[in-house]
Write a new protein. Structure first.
Length: 530
């Protein structure tokens, strides 16, 4: 009897164990939604895999000023207006139409109905109002461009009115940038110690775009899934941003079909990419620029001297640097406004490589045995070569450069606080206006990640930039911007390096990608397919 009972008990246990195994096979993995075998990332027409080089920082639209983060947020949110294809013109987004008062201070937007956040909540005028109010109250970098807003009113569920403190011609274009993203008001349910949900949205999304963040496996990948409530259903059910730090590994994975797009292949491997049978190379002129922040007020004391800063700009061998770092796929900058954007001045002063002049300026400044730290991160594959090249150039004029490579998120924190002497940086405009370069880079109210990471201050420049931002007359604005350009070029708070060509290796199977210079590093995922 005992033997029979034992056999029966064993049988029951086996059945229970098998049942548990079956249940476990259907369980969601920790830290995400649904099953997630990464082998699926490289297969099927409904999955897109993009190889990127580094972990992202915060992806809260009210906080981040980083294109690398915007590639995740842009498809997860909608904005009142959107860029039209590859142009700088805007078209209706959440707003179906809008009008502006004669004095340029009142903007009225009528919203489309039927748009929903990823939790099914309707996107209405009150949500738009609260999203902008949250951004302004947080007061981080993205809020700068919207400091011109004095009041926001939701007149009814489909009408929202913005009142500006003064006329601001670029306003409509700023709404198409990532910081114009409309965040679900329920973000306040995640508030911690008055942070308005910043900690939560650092690694989550709460938008109405075609995608939502489904899983973030630190150090490996971020996965976006379709927002089932989105107004437009995309072809890809899942989009992976896979971290592949090694450029050669990215190229090999592209060749094997394990990834669809390779963001981190350096230019010295571009010729090899061209030989990959199943890959194509997209090449477009861009407005993306590369430079060195010269910390003019918080760095080494010597950098407060204009002659020292000028010496650094004369010390760089620009042609050799562009060849070494970008294999010639770039052009030396002439002024801070890039060629191709109105306001660019072909006659602006351009620093050229002049080692003797650099040494003479240092001598005039009474500076010798200067030692500077150069900050950079793992975010761009070419920054290592760029840092070494600059180190070598400055050594030739007697300046010792200590290379400080840190994690990307750490570099952002250090730049925001001004904890560096020199730092590598890159920038692309969020809207087609000189404001996107001049006001961000040089207005002293934008110290840190807001844009002025050189911590540069010149009262006369501030006045001209702020006046230029309020005028309707494009010629008057251009005149003020070019006058300000002349001053800042002479003050040299940035070493203006080069304007980079856009190069993107991708699988021939990928269709529908449209490059927009206002949306550098971002993808029109809802229009793409395989």
């Amino acid at each position: 009897m005992k033997k029979k009972m034992s056999i029966l008990l064993i049988a029951v246990l086996i059945v229970a164990l098998l049942s548990a195994c079956v249940k476990n096979s259907n369980a969601k993995p920790s830290g995400g939604e649904g099953s997630d075998s990464h082998s699926e990332a490289a297969s099927g027409k409904d999955v897109l895999t993009i190889a990127t080089t580094a972990e992202q920082g915060t992806i809260d639209p009210a906080v981040t000023m980083d294109n690398s983060a915007w590639k995740l947020t842009y498809p997860a949110y909608e904005r009142l207006v959107e860029y039209d294809g590859g142009s700088t013109k805007v078209k209706p987004g959440l707003a179906k139409e809008w009008k502006v008062s004669k004095d340029g201070k009142t903007w009225t937007f009528n919203l489309n109905e039927g748009h929903k956040f990823a939790d099914g909540t309707a996107v209405d005028a009150d949500a738009v109002k609260k999203s902008f109010e949250r951004l302004k109250k947080i007061g981080k970098g993205p809020s700068e461009v919207f400091s011109v807003i004095s009041n926001i009113k939701a007149e009814n569920p489909t009408t929202v009115v913005f009142t500006l403190k003064e006329n601001f011609p670029p306003f409509i274009s700023t709404l198409a940038a990532n910081y114009g993203s409309i965040v679900n008001p329920k973000v306040m349910d995640h508030e911690e110690n008055g942070d308005m949900g910043q900690n939560y949205l650092a690694t989550a999304t709460m938008g109405s775009g075609p995608y939502k963040l489904a899983k973030w496996k630190k150090g490996e990948y971020v996965r976006l899934d379709q927002n089932k409530y989105a107004s437009k259903k995309p072809s890809f059910k899942k989009v992976y941003f896979k971290i592949v730090a090694d450029p050669s590994a990215q190229r090999l994975q592209l060749e094997k079909g394990e990834i669809d797009i390779a963001e981190g292949i350096p230019v010295d491997q571009i010729n090899a990419v061209k030989k990959i049978e199943n890959a194509k190379l997209l090449q477009e002129p861009s407005l993306l620029v590369e430079y060195v922040y010269v910390n003019s007020t918080k760095g080494n004391e010597a950098l407060k001297n204009k002659k020292v800063r000028q010496a650094l700009s004369y010390a760089v061998d620009y042609d050799k640097l562009i060849d070494a770092v970008q294999q010639g796929y770039g052009t030396q900058m002439r002024g801070p406004i890039p060629k191709g954007l109105w306001g660019h001045d072909d006659q602006a002063k351009q620093y050229t490589y002049d080692k003797d002049k650099a040494k003479a300026l240092l001598k005039e400044a009474g500076v010798s045995n200067l030692s500077l730290d150069l900050l950079y991160s793992d975010n761009k594959t070419w920054w290592e070569t760029e840092a070494l090249t600059i180190q070598s150039n400055l050594k030739d004029i007697g300046v010792k450069v200590n290379l400080k490579k840190v994690a990307y998120a750490t570099s952002r924190e250090m730049m925001d606080k001004g904890e560096f002497d020199l730092a590598l940086g890159m920038w692309s405009p969020d809207f087609g206006d000189p404001y996107a370069f001049m006001n961000y880079w040089y207005d002293s109210k934008n110290f840190g990640l807001a844009g002025n990471r050189a911590f540069y201050k010149n009262d006369a420049v501030d006045q001209k930039l702020r006046k230029a931002a309020t005028l309707n007359d494009a010629k008057q604005r251009e005149k003020l911007y070019q006058e300000a350009q002349d001053t800042v070029i002479d003050d040299a708070p940035y070493i203006l390096l080069y304007q980079k060509d856009f190069l993107m290796p991708m699988s021939k199977d990928v269709k529908g990608f449209v490059y927009n210079p206002m949306l550098e590093s971002m993808y029109n995922l809802a229009d793409m397919s395989k």
